[in-house]
Design a protein around this ligand. Sequence first.
Ligand code: NI
Length: 139
Amino acid sequence: MIYITRRERFNAAHRLYRPEYSDEKNLEVFGKCSNPNWHGHNYELFVTVKGEVDEKTGFLVNLKNLSKIIREEVIDKIDHKNINLEVDFMADNMASTENLAIGIWNQLEHKIKQLGAELHCVKIYESENNFVEYFGENR
Ligand code: NI
């Protein structure tokens, strides 16, 4: 079993809040990410897939194909968008990095199988010091 990781970057806006809370309560619970006028992050996404090396190519997957899938299923849908309002796979979901990792996993899992590999981890840096990792449900 071997693992390979592709990094992609995107910028997106969001707001963490509950509509039933006051602005003060949202600030208390969600901090700066509750700003009513939105704000953005420069996200860094690491997609790790696993599988066996193909004897003919020496590759686990062709990274060009992996990059294309990530671009089509995730980056094109989220880059320079508002996660709360414009990203279909995050609809009705709190726009947290945790939920983003799960949403991106669900976007990619099936497509990566079609490449002959298995999705292992979706890791997202929301900021330099905070990141989330998701390894799927059945661990
Ligand atoms: Ni934020």
